[in-house]
Design a protein around this ligand. Sequence first.
Ligand SMILES: [Zn+2]
Length: 194
Amino acid sequence: MPEFKTKEEYEKWKAVRLQKATKPQVENIEPKPQVRPKAKKPTEKKCRHCAMMIPFEARICPHCRKSQPSTAKAIIIIGIILLFLGPCFIALITHKETTPQKNTEYPTEIDACVQSTHIVENNLKSPSSAKFPWVCSAFRTPAGAWSVHSYVDAQNSFGAMIRTNYIWTAEYNKDKNEWNIIYFKLGDEELIKG
Ligand SMILES: [Zn+2]
């Protein structure tokens, strides 16, 4: 017990002591904030070559002296690879999507024009001399056939270049991938009359 100069001092000391003693102990223990163990940076890692535990920052294994691949470097390399390969994959996917559409588009106006030239050439005196116009137009008949009204410049039996008009109408069979000519007129001759 400490010494007191006055009675008041003693009473004060006694009161403080009593208060401390009567206070429930639980209140004195302040609830400590629960500290979760922080996800610490690993201090060790396994050597990629000899599987020994080595310091995490180590670039070279102290056991086998082999260099350790850096994870940050690996991520950057993968990122660069994806950057370059990404557009290739996109192109591949979009190509796959557009290719069947192109197939269903056949025949186009140009396909009909090209197709019409074959029978024209076969009926010329000099097929090798045949010159077809750059611009050709084909139209679809109400029945769904393709019709070409065009001309060909070719040598006749006397070797003179002669322009001959032709009309070619054909149906395209998708299943057989065949053209069935239903009408063909070369010059004044109706060679096929469906
Ligand atoms: Zn090692």
